[in-house]
Design a protein. Structure first.
Length: 461
């Protein structure tokens, strides 16, 4: 049900009476029907005419006006409610958020810009509110012809010419709002010979319904295919980066292990002899043919032909050549001068502080990248309409899937559920209010609920 109507109109003082007459008549009709009007809050031009007419008929008006205009004395002083904004962008957003329908009266650059923007928002699905153009004195005929020209040259889809309604009188505007007039097809027929605006369309120019359905299906399939291709490309790129990181880390780790002693040292072949070779060299000599070692006359084994080396006169062994056993006369083979190499202990694996540090940094970067991707994925599901900041930690955003409002933190995580249908302008003490089925809920900058289930925000403005 339509209760709040945003009116776009001129602020010029130098207008023909035909425009002021229609503006006044429309304002009176809106006020008599208790339809709340939202406009730019100005005190000049058609904006003032509409506001005065609504108030005189017992209606209410909310003016949304930037502070710099208030400072210039351009604000209407008798409005029911005045909302001051920091910028023109915030002004237009609040006017759109507070409306159930939009009426565009004749106006200049600002009015035309507001009208085109609200049509664009509806085209993008940001709202579904009716848009009615009051074509007083055929003021909008050139613009409507331009719309038709855009459709003819394929800049605008034919179905998007249904986003607005055109009324010639204030009475037709009211009938469209109250649903007394049937909603016209509103497709602008295009003629290559002459651009015209008409409310009818010849049956011959209407494409068959099945063709429309096929085009729509092909369009949806194309979008889905494009999304799949993009996701595959991103996944392939990411996977390739993971493989490169894995190989570079493995090669570095192997080289580091060897230099840090995790791979055992290789012994010097010239300086050592294996344990098997040493064992074979220290083994007993082979036995004679009878299997017994050679014995002396008293039955004891003899190690040489001379059991003792000759002594000198003082009883010490002589240093002559016969004091050393030779290889021919001795029965015992000579001992090898080489000794068995001791089993060298394998070095214990030492922790590689450099490798651990790089591995830790790589793991940290991977975690940061994963967190960044998850945050971007969450933020991509929101509409940042007006960039409404709640303190320094939170933002009020709109969920793309159902256009519901909620509150998120810097990581895109919802800290207040998306169960609200409207958001207010900034209130006193930097508070904002969100509206759900039970009424308005007022939040302060620390996310504390100052008030809940209230019907009007007058006490907080």
């Amino acid at each position: 049900m339509i209760q709040n109507i945003t009116v776009y109109c001129a602020s010029s003082r130098m207008l023909d009476s035909v425009y002021t007459r229609d503006a006044e008549k429309l304002g009176i009709m809106l006020g008599e029907r208790n339809l709340h009007v939202v406009n730019g809050g100005g005190c000049i031009g058609l904006m003032r005419v509409v506001s005065d007419a609504v108030l005189s008929a017992g209606g209410t008006v909310t003016g949304v006006i930037p502070r710099f205009m208030v400072d210039k004395g351009l604000c209407h002083s008798n409005l029911t409610t005045v909302i001051q904004t920091q910028s023109m962008h915030e002004r237009k957003k609040i006017m759109a958020d507070k409306s159930d329908a939009v009426i565009a009266l004749p106006g200049g650059y600002g009015t035309l810009e507001e009208l085109l923007e609200i049509i664009t928002w509806r085209q993008l699905g940001l709202h579904r509110n009716p848009i009615i153009i009051l074509n007083t004195n055929n003021f909008y005929d050139p613009l409507l012809s331009m719309f038709s020209h855009a459709v003819a040259d394929k800049f605008v889809r034919e179905e998007h010419a249904q986003l607005w309604q055109v009324a010639k009188t204030p009475e037709e505007v009211i009938e469209l709002i109250e649903g007394k007039l049937p909603v016209s097809n509103d497709k602008l027929p295009v003629s290559n010979d002459k651009l015209t605006v008409s409310n009818t369309q010849s049956p011959a120019s209407t494409p068959p319904k099945n063709v429309k359905k096929i085009k729509l299906a092909l369009g949806i399939a194309g979008v889905i295919l494009l999304g799949v291709i993009l996701c595959f490309e991103l996944f392939t790129l990411r996977q390739s980066q993971w493989v490169q990181d894995m190989f570079s880390k493995t090669e570095f780790q192997d080289a580091t292990d060897y230099t840090q002693g995790l791979v055992p040292d290789v012994p010097d072949a010239d300086a050592t002899v294996s344990a098997d070779t040493a064992t074979s060299m220290t083994a007993e000599p082979p036995s004679p043919a009878n299997g017994q070692p050679p014995s002396s006359a008293n039955g004891q084994p003899s190690s040489s032909t001379n059991s003792k080396p000759p002594s000198s006169a003082n009883g010490q062994p002589s240093s002559s050549t016969n004091s050393k056993p030779s290889s021919a006369s001795n029965s015992q083979p000579p001992q090898s001068s080489a000794k068995a190499a001791p089993n060298r202990p394998v070095k214990q694996a030492l922790p590689d502080s450099g490798a651990q540090k790089k591995a830790s940094e790589s793991s940290g970067k991977a975690a940061e990248e994963k967190k960044r991707i998850e945050t971007q994925s969450r933020l991509a599901s929101y509409n940042f309409v007006g960039n409404i900041k709640l303190g320094s930690q939170y933002m009020i955003v709109q969920q793309k899937s159902d256009n519901r409002w909620g509150i998120i933190n810097h990581d895109g995580i919802a800290v207040e559920s998306f169960s609200y249908s409207q958001v207010s302008a900034r209130l006193k003490n930097d508070c904002y209010a969100l509206k759900n089925d039970r009424g308005w809920v007022v939040f302060d900058s620390s996310l504390k609920k100052v008030a809940t289930a209230i019907e009007k925000l007058d006490d907080y403005k």
